[in-house]
Design a protein around this ligand. Structure first.
Ligand code: NAP
Length: 285
């Protein structure tokens, strides 16, 4: 059996076209949805991510500004910029690209963002809303993974989902979103004993580790849904996920590729969150 591909590029195209319509509707009411992206330092990967985010905003008819500061920016200066953007009515979403230089307390900066503009969904208020099932901004990567599962009309209720990874930005929120859909959720991490014994029981596996070949064909139940969040480089320097794609696709029922899977969906959900923030601010949400 060869798994069906869940194509993040194709799904993103559809969702971004819907987003462009929402942006147009807002502009017709005199509100241009705006996203501010702050980048501190010269991390090459971060520079690519922020450029892609800003470009995707422009393509969908959103206003987006990139503020790029040297790595020497002080925490106080960054907090002052966040405060200014909080007060700027033309900006509905604020994203501070992580990682930040070591002398800046990233959590303090995230907590300084107004929860109403926390389109990355990393603020403790957003995390608390997710935990309790209240409305708030969902972190873009797990949100995108859920949209991918939704796109194949997969019924999560009563299914066993295994999330590999427990970070605050992917693993934990992913597990909560699956739980809210009434899946039975197992969260695995670096201290998990016999990962394969757990993943072999799973109907849905989300791999969010950051290591190649964490999930191989022998660890997967036939017909399962495999979502690969990982972003790694293979021996040839090419982008690859956490999943041994060629092996696992022969066993799984559905699988997301890397590249072209979760990556584009993450950016798409950032647009969706920014539109949501603008609609709420405009009283249309
Ligand atoms: P992270 O903060 O480093 O978390 C990795 C998690 O994997 C940790 O919980 C860790 O466990 C667990 N882990 C490490 N080795 C393991 C093993 N051998 N078996 C089971 N679990 C193991 O990373 P992250 O920020 O969540 O990101 C995970 C991956 O997703 C990275 O490759 C990142 O680049 C990628 N990512 C992609 C997107 C996208 O848009 N496509 C977005 C965000 C992240 P402990 O907690 O015990 O250390």
């Amino acid at each position: 059996m060869t798994a069906q591909l869940i194509d993040g590029n194709a799904l993103s195209k559809t969702l971004r076209a819907q987003g462009a319509e929402r942006a147009l509707a807002l502009r017709e009411r005199g509100v241009t949805p705006g996203l501010a992206v702050i980048l501190v330092g010269d991390d090459p990967a971060s520079q690519v991510y922020v450029r892609n985010k800003v470009r995707a905003c422009h393509e969908a008819g959103l206003h987006s500004v990139l503020e790029h500061y040297p790595a020497s920016l002080s925490e106080a200066e960054l907090l002052a910029r966040v405060a200014a953007l909080n007060a700027d009515a033309s900006i509905h979403g604020i994203l501070v690209q992580l990682p930040l230089p070591a002398h800046i307390d990233a959590q303090r900066v995230i907590e300084a963002i107004s929860p109403a503009k926390d389109v990355d969904g990393f603020h403790v208020a957003s995390a608390g809303a997710l935990l309790t099932g209240l409305p708030g901004f969902l972190p873009c990567t797990p949100y995108g993974c859920m949209k991918m599962i939704e796109s194949i009309s997969y019924e999560l209720r009563g299914k066993h989902a295994v999330v590999i990874g427990r970070s605050n930005i992917v693993g934990k929120p992913m597990a909560l979103l699956l739980l809210h859909k009434s899946a039975t959720v197992t969260i695995c991490h670096s201290a998990t004993a016999n990962l394969g014994a757990l993943t072999r029981q799973a109907d849905v596996i989300v791999a969010a580790v950051g290591k190649r070949n964490v999930l191989t064909a022998d660890m997967v139940k036939p017909g399962s849904v495999v979502i690969d969040v990982g972003m790694n480089r293979n021996d040839e320097g090419k982008l690859c996920g956490d999943v041994d794609f060629l092996g696992v696709r022969e066993v799984a029922g559905w699988i997301t590729p890397v590249p072209g899977g979760v990556g584009p969906m993450t950016i798409t959900m950032l647009l969706v969150n920014t539109l949501e923030a603008a609609e709420r601010a405009a009283g249309a949400g």
